[in-house]
Design a protein around this ligand. Structure first.
Ligand SMILES: [Zn+2]
Length: 718
């Protein structure tokens, strides 16, 4: 199991300062060892979005002797120290960021004498960033310069020499203006960050140069942040750059030739079609209500798959050919949105920044675990749209320790891993970084390290919920896409802690069903079914044959092959619970009915009514399959099982704000269908005041009380 750290290292009590991360020092390594860290995310070498010489300086630059006194070092030295300790540092490629900073350059030496806030307003103020790099305006600013990376200059897709990389790479709106990366630009300061477009080959080539420097610096892992670019820019009206337009036209022409365009295209001459010109003439705003938006989005998802894959392949090939080593690659799979699903097979580990971080979201973690398809999942909190600002304030005041324990443990308990904030990002308006008390983090992380066998990855739930990508990718996307979603804010801690659910706000049957299963303490897995188009459909009977029951939440579209698999499954005795629609326009429901193994429940106008229908249909059939029954219905429960034993995890969410702690429960009995020697472990250590009663099919274990979290292990003897 990976134990991840969200290793921004932004300074306590100060603003973040993208894209270059603070210098790393020796004492951080001690902290990482206390945290039992195995991987670091958003962890170093971010400055390539300013210029390649700047990044080279981060990697290999000399450290001022005064800073060395305190153990500071450059990033390649820090990476080497991490490697020695078995900690995998993922260098961060801020793919969608292109920067310009205020700077003062000494006329005689050509060196930078002031940058960013220190340079603002000075008489000699100039700029330093992608533009000056591409113009080779200050070749002496750093030991390397343009000619070291582009001996023949930078050439774009029109065959022109690029004289301004900052403008060349920008994602653009309909009116041609560049899209800003508003979430990282500091308010009331002059630095500028454009969103960039990876569909532009110039930018892709530049990203490869960043990756090359990272691998030269010895990085064991590469994290491609904002992996969905330029979909990132859609919420802000992008991207209509020249390369997106050229490529979309080509895509539309190919779709036309393949007979795949809808009737709405009939009146359009695709041989001369240009989406930007078309919208300017017919619907001069984007994306809301724009014609052909879905075609455009599907084009962009294909582009994400193609170009993300190109960068991954480049990184792997370069590390193999130059250094004969394997480099790990991941991205930022923000909230595990549907646009990333086609690129899952390309990564070694899933790193996801959440959209909303709340205190009770077991269903989200079960979804993540299924989405990752056997890969480890490192989750990072998000300062927007959740409880993080409140939590940080409370921790700063010595409060909310139990809430923080839940925050760290819940992901692990449900099959993922929460990255420990270590100077975690607090957005660009809060003047602070997330530095939870180290002792508190270490208590949890050491528990996870010492009891790794409680979280076996080969485990299997009682039943399986199927996510139909074909049914859901557009439904989920149409509700909003890209980083813009993250700007929603909850303001009241009570709303955030109550259920962690926005209910009818998000009428998506899949999410309603898994939330309801978690509320009923059902032990379930999630499995993904691809659409056969954006991602190859490799779903087979083998994926579900081992489960006695599968649940299909409103899967209105299935591939023919998926329908056949489900029919095979039901014909050989598997129970199919279909909630709402199923493979509309086919006879599948009737065919499943004929097997005698279908339970069909109805959708309804409200979340409550729909889930009442669903629960009524599901529970009578589920109860005989239930492997763990807990007498206290408010506890969170999950079970892992492997050949050595069964591990039941209980989470107590009963946080009392007045007392600022989770209230211990009364006596709780856990009935488990497993036999062996029982032991109980809490964050405080093993406990022995529990009783065990043997039943015909397992054990009843009675605990006098359940604290924030505990694990019951039932292990085979001998
Ligand atoms: Zn573009």
């Amino acid at each position: 199991m990976e134990r991840s750290v969200y290793f921004d290292g932004w300074h306590k009590g100060n603003f973040c300062q993208h894209p270059s991360l603070p210098m790393r020092s020796l004492h951080m390594l001690d902290d990482l060892e206390r945290l039992g860290a195995t991987m670091l995310v958003w962890a170093g070498l971010g400055g390539g979005s300013i210029s390649l010489p700047f990044l080279h300086h981060e990697a290999f630059g000399e450290t001022d002797v005064r800073q060395q006194m305190f153990g500071y070092m450059n990033d390649s030295q820090f990476i080497a120290e991490c490697n020695r300790r078995g900690i995998k540092l993922f260098s961060i490629v801020f793919e969608v960021q292109g920067w310009e900073f205020p700077a003062v350059i000494d006329k005689k030496t050509g060196r930078i004498t002031a940058i960013n806030k220190l340079a603002e307003g000075q008489e000699e103020q100039d700029w330093y960033g992608l533009r000056e790099f591409s113009q080779d305006k200050y070749p002496n600013a750093f030991p390397t310069s343009l000619k070291d990376y582009y001996p023949d200059g930078i050439i774009n897709s029109d065959g022109e020499v690029v004289t301004d990389l900052f403008e060349e790479s920008a994602a653009r709106r309909l009116d041609g203006t560049p899209v800003h990366a508003q979430w990282v630009e500091m308010k009331n300061h002059q630095q500028i960050c454009y969103q960039t477009c990876r569909n532009n080959p110039v930018w892709r080539d530049y990203l490869k140069q960043i990756i090359k420097i990272m691998i030269d610096a010895g990085t064991p892992g590469i994290q491609l942040d904002e992996a969905e670019l330029p979909i990132t820019s859609i919420g802000s009206g992008g991207c209509f750059c020249k390369d997106c337009m050229k490529q979309f036209t080509q895509y539309v022409q190919e779709q036309k030739a393949a007979g795949k365009l809808g009737a709405e295209w009939d009146s359009v001459d695709v041989s001369t079609f240009n989406y930007k010109d078309y919208l300017l003439e017919h619907h001069p705003s984007f994306p809301h209500g724009a014609p052909f938006y879905r075609d455009y989005w599907e084009f962009q998802v294909r582009a994400v798959k193609r170009y993300f894959s190109e960068l991954v392949d480049y990184a792997k090939d370069y590390a193999r050919s130059e250094y004969d080593r394997e480099v790990l690659v991941s991205g930022n799979f923000f909230n595990l949105m549907p646009c990333y699903f086609p690129i899952v097979p390309k990564v070694d580990v899933i790193i996801t920044e959440m959209e909303h971080t709340q205190f009770r979201q077991p269903h989200f973690y079960r979804y993540c675990e299924g989405y990752a398809q056997g890969r480890e999942v490192a989750v990072a909190e998000n300062p927007y749209g959740g409880m993080v600002p409140d939590l940080v304030n409370m921790l700063n005041n010595g409060k909310a320790y139990d809430l923080y324990r839940i925050f760290l443990l819940e992901a692990s308990m449900y099959g993922c891993n929460m990255s420990v904030p270590y100077g975690g990002w607090m957005g660009n308006t809060i003047r602070d970084a997330f530095w939870p008390p180290l002792d508190l983090s270490a208590q949890v992380q050491q528990f996870l390290k010492n009891n790794e066998h409680y979280y076996p990855r080969s485990s299997q739930g009682d039943i399986c919920v199927l996510y139909s990508y074909k049914s859901y990718y557009w439904r989920e996307t149409a509700q909003g896409s890209g980083g813009a979603n993250a700007m929603q804010q909850f303001t009241d801690l009570k709303d955030i802690t109550a259920t962690g659910w926005t209910g009818d706000h998000r009428r998506t049957p899949f999410w309603e069903v898994i939330k309801t299963l978690s509320d009923h303490q059902v032990i379930y897995d999630v499995a993904m079914m691809a659409d056969g188009d954006l991602r190859e459909d490799d779903f087979t009977l083998e994926d579900i044959a081992r489960y006695p029951m599968v649940v299909l939440p409103d899967c209105d579209k299935l591939t023919d092959s998926q329908a056949a698999v489900l029919l095979d499954y039901a014909s050989s005795g598997g129970k199919v619970v279909a909630h709402g629609r199923l493979a509309e326009g086919t006879d599948l429901l009737n065919q499943l009915q004929a097997t005698g193994n279908l339970i069909h429940t109805q959708e309804a106008d409200s979340f409550e009514a729909a889930m009442a229908n669903f629960s009524q249909g599901l529970l009578p059939a589920y109860e005989p399959l239930r492997s763990v029954t807990v007498s206290d219905k408010n506890l969170g429960v999950h079970r892992f099982t492997n050949e050595k034993g069964t591990y039941i995890h209980l989470m107590n969410y009963d946080y009392d704000q007045a007392q600022d702690k989770v209230l211990p429960t009364g006596a709780v009995t856990v009935s488990v269908k497993a036999k062996g020697k029982a032991s109980v472990n809490t964050l405080e250590g093993a406990v022995s005041d529990f009783t065990v009663t043997e039943q015909a099919d397992g054990l009843d274990i009675t605990l006098p009380s359940v604290p924030v979290y505990l694990v019951i292990a039932v292990e085979k003897e001998g």
